[in-house]
Design a protein around this ligand. Structure first.
Ligand code: S3P
Length: 435
């Protein structure tokens, strides 16, 4: 198995960084640009593997998509003119691609089969296929359409009123996309608001959508028109370096052009409640998405509690937060995060097992983790479980470990952050960095 060795001696993180484009927003920009008729220019696109799978899928449907690095030009005939694909549509490791595509394809005019890699083929799809079935979707797959591969026959859907049983932007977005083509007005109610990138971008593309507190209404029969989308840096990628700067005294990192959508900034709240210094140097309410410049530095960390409405605002950051908690004085309790068990891997089990290997005092609970700090971490071999966020957590652990960290299967990091190790080296002031 491929292994990457990461080692630092007395590292400090210093400098400015612009993290790659936001994964959630990049997916949605390709999806809406392909649904819409005409041209869509995307700037700041994330050229990670997950988003490239989304591009490949729409190319198979007959949409013209040219990409030059992080610039993407889409020219679509509009979804009514999509072609039935010759092959299965492969979502790779990407839950966002799979779940949002189910909502899109259910109300399209084509027939298709959606597949994924081994990890994605184990993740639950019925959170999407059940509400879609109640809209009249024609969907068939193993275990009552819970598991990929799933075949979808595009039909005319009917609107629904749906109360979300889980806080999931993927589920909300799939139903919103289905609602675009359904007869009537679809309403989705959320107890806890999940990331709202789809709602913001639908407005940009001219959809008939209204957000009213915790409810979103979308009218069927929308004809969307291509537009330009600017993707800010992904705060979920920045979070790894924010946590690193917060753990290591003497560090100061300035994140430029980073997304500051309030449904995603839970990491900033946690950094502050743990005692890190976070300064928002600039905030711009861009077209569609807010972004800005943020500096993170530290004088040491203390434990905190993370639960309730905060969880969806930092769900992808919990692995790196768990690592950060090992360096904080006191206990950190993470609860209400049972969703971690159905991510790219069971992140509660995986984070607990890997951090224990290098000396963390961490225990798993049904819906979270309890971490007692501070702990001196040793080096060791950490499995990524093929999960990009576990791989990056291991890379950042090398900054606080007393000897090298060997990361198994580090290639999975390319799903969301292909240049992660380069950025890690660039930011770290250390004569002995290697890896
Ligand atoms: C995402 C939503 C979240 C998140 C995932 C991306 C999205 O998943 O964990 O990385 O782009 O909508 P859930 O909807 O399952 O919470």
């Amino acid at each position: 198995m491929e292994t990457k060795i990461v080692e630092f001696t007395k590292p400090v993180l210093q400098g400015d960084m612009a993290v790659p484009g936001d994964k959630s927003i990049s997916h949605r920009a390709v999806m809406l640009g392909s649904i819409a008729k005409g041209q869509t220019q995307i700037t700041g696109f994330l050229d990670g593997e997950d988003c490239l799978h989304t591009i490949d899928i729409f190319r198979q449907l007959g949409v013209s998509i040219e990409r030059d690095g992080t610039s993407v030009m889409i020219d679509s005939p509009g979804m009514q003119e999509w072609e039935t694909p010759a092959d299965n549509l492969y979502a790779g490791n990407s839950g966002t691609t799979a779940r949002l595509m189910l909502g899109i394809l259910a109300g399209s005019t084509i027939n298709s089969v959606l597949t994924g890699d081994e990890s994605l083929s184990k993740r639950p799809m019925n959170r999407v296929t059940l509400p879609l079935a109640s809209m009249g979707a024609s969907i068939a797959g193993d275990s009552d359409s819970n598991l990929l591969p799933i075949s979808i026959t595009g039909v005319t859907l009917s609107a629904i009123d749906y109360e979300m049983p889980v806080a999931s932007a993927q589920v909300k977005s799939a139903i919103l996309f289905a609602g675009l083509n359904a007869e009537g007005t679809t309403t989705i109610s959320e107890e806890t608001v999940s990331r709202d990138h789809t709602e913001r971008m639908l407005l940009q593309f001219g959809a008939k959508i209204r957000v009213d507190g915790n409810k979103v209404h979308v009218k069927g029969g929308n004809v969307l028109h291509g537009t330009d989308v600017i993707v800010p840096g992904d705060i979920s990628s920045a979070a790894f370096f924010m946590a690193a700067a917060a753990m290591i005294k003497g560090s100061s990192v300035t994140f430029t052009n980073v997304g500051l959508n309030p449904t995603r900034t839970g990491i900033i709240d946690v950094l502050e409640s743990m005692g890190a210094r976070v300064e928002i140097l600039e905030k711009v309410d861009g077209i569609g998405e807010p972004y800005g410049t943020v500096n993170v530095s530290t004088e040491g960390l203390r434990g905190t509690e993370i639960s309730g409405n905060l969880i969806p605002r930092l769900i992808d950051e919990l692995p790196i937060i768990a690592l950060m908690a090992t360096q904080a004085v006191g206990t950190t309790i993470i609860k209400d995060a049972g969703e971690l068990r159905v991510k790219e891997t069971d992140r509660i089990a995986a984070v607990t097992s890997e951090l224990k290997k290098i000396g963390a005092n961490i225990e798993a609970t049904d819906d979270g983790m309890i971490i007692h700090g501070p702990s001196k971490l040793s080096g060791g071999t950490l499995a990524s479980y093929g999960d990009h966020r576990l791989g990056m957590m291991a890379g950042i652990a090398a900054l606080v470990a007393s000897s090298p960290i060997h990361i198994e299967n580090p290639a999975c990091i390319a799903v969301s952050y292909p240049g992660f190790f380069d950025d890690l080296e660039k930011l770290t002031v250390s004569k002995n960095a290697k890896g």
